[in-house]
Design a protein around this ligand. Structure first.
Ligand code: SPV
Ligand code: MG
Length: 296
């Protein structure tokens, strides 16, 4: 049965290069629910966050099914569009043709694929393996993703991510690849950089002719404000790539250390969510309504 994908329609309409949409990374449905409640426009279904939440490297160690299940579960508990991080697409264009319909059925608004070889390595890892597939091969993967939306109308947006700057291939190659991917059908181009200053990204954005909106993940150059990005008039989406897992890790480390050091749990009570807060996040109001309606 064919079905609508209103989340893809909403996300496309929100990709405004003069007022970029903001996505927050999530590693589980709870973090996604908190991000949506805080006001983020979209949820980034981050491979880095999911891998970190399993305490394994972001290097295709986890299976696609683990990620797909997270996307489905996130869509169940909150309404913001979900942007799925497919890494390299879990194989070649044939694999992409089989997996994109499954992500579409899970209700994602967009899929992002990067032009690295499988298995991938984290873009941010010092000395990581950053090998790219030929641009033509990646065009095939983009076209496969665009044509494989399954029964959803329209299918998820397809965001092509080039790692040319991460791999040290330079701006001209990054621009060439971005243009080739739009030609192959990409709805937007994610340009990633791990430079500690925004100069490389600013130069790329200024040189980008604007044939499709750009997507940035400013983890390495946090000094670039959202207003600075909006002023470029080229970027439709800014992804906060790992701030949920980093916030959670820092908060847990701090509370765990204090409990041991203080010899009890009283001291941290005021600094952690209450049990009542957690019940609310679990949807306790709905359960009470169901109990009232159906339990006799
Ligand atoms: C992720 O969050 O999984 C990303 C962004 O792909 S990055 O980790 O910067 O590569
Ligand atoms: Mg990733």
């Amino acid at each position: 049965m064919r079905h609508d994908n209103p989340k893809a329609v909403a996300l496309r309409a929100r990709l405004n290069v003069h007022q970029p949409a903001l996505a927050m990374a999530a590693h589980n449905p709870l973090s996604a629910k908190l991000a949506a409640a805080a006001g983020f426009d979209a949820i980034w279904g981050s491979g880095f966050e999911l891998s970190a939440s399993y305490a394994v490297p972001d290097a295709n160690i986890l299976s696609m099914d683990t990620h797909l299940e997270m996307m489905r579960a996130i869509g169940e508990v909150q309404d913001a569009p979900v942007i799925a991080d497919l890494d390299t697409g879990f194989g070649n264009a044939v694999n992409v043709s089989y997996i994109v319909p499954r992500y579409a059925a899970a209700g994602v608004a967009a899929v992002v694929m990067e032009d690295k070889t499988f298995p991938k390595d984290s873009s941010l890892r010092p000395g990581g393996r950053q090998e790219l597939v030929p641009a033509g091969e990646f065009q095939g993967k983009i076209a496969a993703a665009k044509n494989a939306s399954g029964n959803a109308i329209p299918g998820p947006l397809v965001v092509a991510r080039t790692e040319a700057l991460i791999a040290g291939l330079g701006e001209a190659e990054a621009l060439r690849r971005g243009a080739a991917y739009v030609e192959a059908g990409a709805d937007a181009v994610l340009i990633h950089s791990k430079q500690k200053t925004p100069d490389e990204i600013l130069s790329f954005c200024r040189a980008w002719p604007g044939q499709a909106p750009l997507v940035l993940v400013p983890t390495s150059y946090p000094q670039l404000s959202f207003a600075d990005v909006a002023a470029l008039g080229k970027v439709g989406l800014i992804i906060c790539g790992n701030h949920a897992i980093r916030a959670a890790a820092a908060a847990m480390q701090n509370v765990f250390r204090r409990i041991i050091a203080e010899g009890g749990i009283a001291g941290v009570e005021a600094d952690i969510a209450s049990v009542a807060d957690v019940f609310a996040l679990q949807g306790d109001d709905r359960m009470r309504a169901l109990e009232k309606a159906y339990l006799r």
